[in-house]
Design a protein around this ligand. Structure first.
Ligand code: DC
Length: 225
């Protein structure tokens, strides 16, 4: 019998468009493994800062990425299965959310060799099973072959409000612009992605749309087998 390929649900979108909240809700509802790819880029940015590597020096960042000692682990956090990247056996959960790491991460995310390394590592997460993977280039670059692609967005004022409610004040427009304009794997809407503008939607409504769509398509695919 042919081995079933894991199903990958790609959730891309702008900063503070609700990717994490919704990706987690979808993963919980379907029993899939949640993967936060932004956390992986943040881990590299944090590690560079730790090592005293200048994040604007792309050759130095690429060298770190070639040499750092990492592994993937499948963890269970509050009942949610998550694939996480460890460096030297450690997941820097708090450290990757600091303002210093947030400021450093777009620089490392723009390095071509870093993106190639991340793509390989993120694809490797499929060994854990069916995935809900959130990021900026999952539907366009990491798993372009998946049929399940969603692109979230919300208007800038609403996104600023959401970040402020989390106690974070940052220039989201500038970060989105850098993510959209970089040469390698820029943020863009994947061909065939369902675009959801959730400015006036709750996360239950947003995730509900995705869950319903995935369930419908899975049922249709099963009935055709
Ligand atoms: O989603 P986040 O804010 O944690 O992402 C951190 C940074 O990493 C953000 O500036 C964009 C970048 N990123 C990326 O370029 N590609 C991804 N797949 C995920 C994140």
């Amino acid at each position: 019998m042919k081995k079933q390929q894991p199903i990958v649900i790609a959730i891309d979108g702008t900063s503070a468009s609700g990717k994490s909240t919704n990706a987690k809700l979808v993963a919980r509802a379907l029993g899939f493994v949640y993967v936060d790819t932004g956390a992986m880029y943040r881990t590299l940015a944090w590690y560079c800062l730790q090592q005293g590597v200048h994040v604007e020096d792309s050759r130095a960042v690429a060298r770190v990425c070639r040499q750092w000692k990492t592994s993937l682990e499948l963890a269970e956090v509050d009942g949610l299965k998550c694939a996480r990247l460890l460096v030297d056996g450690y997941f820097p959960e708090k450290e990757i959310r600091t303002a210093a790491t947030s400021a450093a991460v777009p620089h490392v995310a723009a390095v071509k060799q870093v993106r190639a390394w991340m793509k390989r590592t993120q694809r490797d997460c499929a060994r854990f099973g069916n995935l809900v993977m959130e990021g900026r280039d999952i539907g366009t670059n990491v798993f372009p072959e998946t049929e399940y692609k969603y692109y979230l967005d919300a208007n800038i004022n609403e996104r600023l409000r959401r970040r402020a409610a989390e106690g974070v004040h940052e220039n989201l427009a500038a970060r989105d612009q850098r993510d959209s304009q970089r040469a390698t794997a820029p943020l863009m809407i994947a061909l065939g992605a369902k675009v959801i503008n959730n400015s006036e939607m709750t996360s239950e409504q947003t995730s509900g749309l995705i869950i319903e769509d995935v369930r419908k398509r899975l049922a249709a695919a099963t009935s055709q087998e």
